[in-house]
Design a protein around this ligand. Structure first.
Ligand code: ASP
Length: 353
């Protein structure tokens, strides 16, 4: 009897050791939670109204136990906000933490949960300032955790699987949503409510992921992470850059008002190929002459803004955004303005990143 108890204790101990060894073999992924709908909750499972950022990181991890089969996970709460409230303080904290974790030998990858409203900006910002080839994967959801057919759990599971996949390394910061793997420089939110809201219209998908099985189609497009010239060393604040949307009958007053409010750079979400009324263009060129760095992007969802196409950028001292949409142009311009540069150098950044 005594022997059999000893025997079963030894057996249980062996199972424990095996389980520990298996856990140690798994890629070690840190989950940084920032809030968003993936951490949102509603009163009922069919209610459209809900509040972002209600569920903490531990609850999020517990809600998708399957993810622990793919990776050894631990979580940290960076913030718990709807990403409409994303701000520089959280960006700087998040980027620094990613850089610290990525430098640790016992971290193989990082997953960041985030709201979808500004996911394209945060992922692109990280793509430019984190210094690692290890996978950094953002994910979110369109439906709150309490909804019927919530998309968060599978998005999270897929994001962990991609972060744990060695093939994801060196492709820049990635975003996993709705079975697609997007590059941070490529994706944009295209629907206010649909689960297939994110598209990468010009640069295309990096890959696909189905229940954790990933397929990769391309590497990074545009300089990023370890190849990026941007760094947050010594940076405590980012310069103000405003986005102004062009429209019929636009005058230059809003351009002047933005500069009066403290903007050091402006991005115009132009009509068509980065165009605007003659009055707006006059106001923009006048601000450019005074040293405000002015970028022409477009309010059109897809297509590039070419230099000197319908607007004489050389003569007016303007920068064309190439294939960056207004919100990504703003991110790049804020980082560009951390140091004094000739306009030609700012234009180079828009070609290279
Ligand atoms: N407003 C939410 C957010 O960006 C939307 C979402 O996450 O889907 O946090």
């Amino acid at each position: 009897m005594r022997l059999s108890i000893l025997g079963s204790c030894a057996g249980a101990f062996a199972v424990l050791l095996l389980a520990q060894a298996a856990a140690q073999d798994k890629p070690r992924i840190v989950v940084l939670a920032t809030g968003g709908t993936i951490a949102g909750a509603a009163q009922s499972d069919v209610q459209a109204g809900y509040k972002s950022g209600q569920v903490g990181v531990e609850q999020l991890l517990a809600a998708v136990p399957q993810a622990k089969d793919v990776a050894a996970l631990r979580g940290e709460q960076i913030s718990n906000i709807g990403s409409q409230d994303m701000n520089d303080e959280v960006w700087l904290k998040l980027a620094r933490r990613v850089n610290e974790l990525a430098a640790m030998a016992d971290v193989d990858g990082i997953v960041i949960t985030h709201g979808t409203d500004t996911l394209e900006e945060t992922s692109y910002f990280l793509n430019l300032v984190v210094k690692t080839k290890k996978p950094v994967v953002l994910t979110g959801s369109m439906r709150p955790s309490t909804a019927l057919s919530a998309d968060g759990p599978l998005n999270f599971y897929n994001a962990v699987a991609v972060a744990a996949n060695k093939e994801a390394a060196g492709r820049g910061v990635l975003v996993v949503m709705n079975d697609s793997i997007h590059g941070a420089s490529a994706l944009t939110k295209t629907s206010t409510t649909s689960v297939e809201t994110f598209q990468s219209p010009l640069r295309g998908l990096v890959g696909n992921v189905a229940y954790g099985k990933a397929q990769f189609y391309r590497g990074a497009v545009g300089r990023n992470t370890v190849d990026s010239e941007f760094s947050l060393d010594g940076v405590t604040a980012l310069p103000r850059v405003d986005i102004i949307v062009a429209h019929e009958n636009m005058d230059g007053k809003i351009i002047d008002a933005a500069v009066a409010a403290g903007a050091k750079g402006l991005v115009i979400a132009g009509v068509g190929n980065g165009n605007m009324t003659a009055a707006a263009l006059d106001a923009l060129a006048a601000q450019a002459k005074k040293g405000i760095v002015c970028v022409r992007s477009t309010r059109v969802p897809t297509g590039t803004v070419g230099r000197n196409v319908e607007v004489d950028d050389d003569k007016l001292g303007l920068v064309a955004s190439d294939d960056l949409n207004p919100q990504k142009s703003r991110v790049l311009l804020r980082l560009a303005l951390l140091k004094q540069r000739p306009l030609a150098d700012v234009q180079r950044l828009f070609r290279e990143y």
